[in-house]
Design a protein around this ligand. Sequence first.
Ligand SMILES: [Zn+2]
Length: 261
Amino acid sequence: MNDSVFVGELSWKEYEALVADGQRVLFLPVGALEQHGHHLCMDVDVLLPTAVSQRVAQRIGGLVLPALPYGYKSQQKSGGGNHFPGTTSLDGATLSHTVLDIIRELGRHGVRRLVLMNGHYENAMFLVEGIDLGLRELRYAGIDDFRVVLLSYWDFVKDPQVIAQLYPDGFLGWDIEHGGVFETSLMLALYPQRVDMSRVVDHPPATFPPYDLYPIDPSRTPAPGTLSSARGASREKGELILEVCVEGIAKAVGEAFENAP
Ligand SMILES: [Zn+2]
């Protein structure tokens, strides 16, 4: 018997047997192809939610769908902006409709429990829209017991003691974490071969006015593309983040589906 948690590695008969009763939790990692500074590869937002999904799925007996490798357009204050070479983004409606299509197909297979594991800040509201459209379509088809949990894995790192360990000089906020200590530490723990710490550009945290102006002024983004320095990143911090996320998400997903009406 194939014991992989990755749906793409199963035969359709194995998959059918695993999802038939609707009890199994499926994870859909949703990422982006986006620049992450000079020291990281561009598929960070795909790799990290996939790795978290894999570990949570192994813990709770779930399955992991192939990740969506593209996401919504990078925004200046959270991802540096959509003007960098390599950053390759979808229109919001394309992302929402992709989620709709996947929910419809999973519903047809008998799946009733889905976790959207977001790895790219800008995706969030378009995932909400995709879930809404998907559940509406399933309702019209007479399926009203499909449940979706939407989460961004970094939201599970909340404990002030953990934050203090990660940021001994003070935490600056998730919005400017792009390519910084958090993502770089996780990459060092999971995919060290895709990180080149010698190319980290040390720069002060990005500062932006409390409004957005379009088209954006690219000169407001720190030139390397990161929004804060990754200088303080380490494998140990990455392992700590991973442990906290996997533990917290496994518990939350269990509770969410158990308590769902
Ligand atoms: Zn990222």
